[in-house]
Design a binder for this molecule. Structure first.
Ligand code: FES
Length: 318
């Protein structure tokens, strides 16, 4: 039996605007201009591109702006090809399937101040967060944006720079500021979040190691390299609803095993950071390895692109 894939929504490219050097901003709308499914500030969606490519991007518009999904895409020449395809092939009027928005920042509750640290195009989730916070009357945040030269998405950033909510650090002039001093020490009601290149995220992780986990948020757009597991053993992967079983060999991913069984699983980053391949597990002892699920979520779910099994048998809710 084939498991029904997660539904994608059909959207149409309404506008494409230049957001700076090598950056295009795509506005995706419902073909009949209906409202789109809601999203949290800085949530992300997978774009299903021609040729079967699936790529994940953060939404950068206000969640209240519910008639469009806005994504800013930097053309990465050395990337995996998704951004180049979007830049070179996608035109206004094209149809693009997108998944339901997932993830994003939790900015409500008893939080009173937010510190965002971004590198370059990593600013996108915080533009959505800034719009949300300003609209909800709680504009107590500071976004530190590190750039080399011109900031991306200047038109969207300009009002926030004027009010002092955004501080741009041009690293070609002053070097990179110390992330630990931008973040400060843990204090009640303050949350911190970071999105940028790997070295910045490493500094941020180091700087926030004493912060309560629920007040720290990291957005990655490049999966970290997975260490080789020299102790990996084969295990049996059982699917409770499909009544299928298969052996997964060391070095084989659970995702590859599922695909070989004919199971459709949405996947984008294939490195445990985007959240698109999440599946619930029922029995066994998963080895998680992803960088996206919280401890509470791991009690129930795993990411099949990177997860393994510590026991001989693992049962998934598929
Ligand atoms: S495909 Fe991105 S987390 Fe698995």
């Amino acid at each position: 039996m084939k498991v029904k894939p997660i539904t994608t929504i059909k959207t149409v490219v309404e506008t494409i605007e230049q957001g700076g050097t090598d950056i295009k901003v795509f506005s995706l709308v419902d073909p009949d201009r209906w409202e789109l499914p809601p999203f949290r500030p800085g949530a992300h969606i997978d774009l299903h591109l021609p040729g079967g490519m699936v790529r994940t991007y953060s939404l950068c518009n206000d969640p209240a702006d519910n008639k469009r999904y806005l994504v800013a895409v930097k053309r990465e020449r050395g990337g995996r090809g998704g951004s180049v395809k979007l830049h070179d092939e996608i035109k206004v009027g094209d149809t693009i399937g997108v998944t339901l928005p997932r993830g994003g920042l939790k900015l409500d509750g008893d939080l009173t101040h937010h510190v965002f640290v971004a590198g370059g195009i990593g600013v996108t989730p915080f533009l959505s967060a800034a719009a949300f916070l300003q609209r909800s009357g709680r504009p107590d945040f500071r976004l530190h944006l590190m750039v080399r030269g011109e900031p991306p998405l200047k038109a969207m950033l300009a009002p926030l720079m004027k009010t002092g909510h955004v501080v741009v650090h041009d690293t070609t002039r002053s070097g990179r500021p110390d992330v630990a001093s931008l973040v400060g020490l843990p204090s009640p009601g303050v949350s911190v979040a970071c999105c940028g290149p790997e070295s910045m995220l490493d500094d941020f992780e180091q700087a926030t190691r004493d912060w309560p986990g629920q007040r720290v948020h990291i957005e990655r757009f490049v999966p970290p390299a997975l260490p080789v597991d020299r102790n990996a053993r084969p295990y049996t992967l059982a699917l409770s609803r499909s009544k299928l079983e298969m052996r997964v060999d060391p070095g084989q991913t659970m995702l590859a095993a599922l695909v070989s069984l004919g199971i459709d699983i949405p996947a984008s980053c294939c490195g445990g950071i985007c959240g698109s391949c999440k599946v619930d597990w029922l029995e066994g002892a998963p080895v998680h390895r992803d960088r996206v699920l919280s401890p509470a979520e791991r009690a129930r779910s795993l990411m099949v692109c990177v997860a393994g099994s510590a026991e001989d048998r693992l049962v998934l809710d598929l």
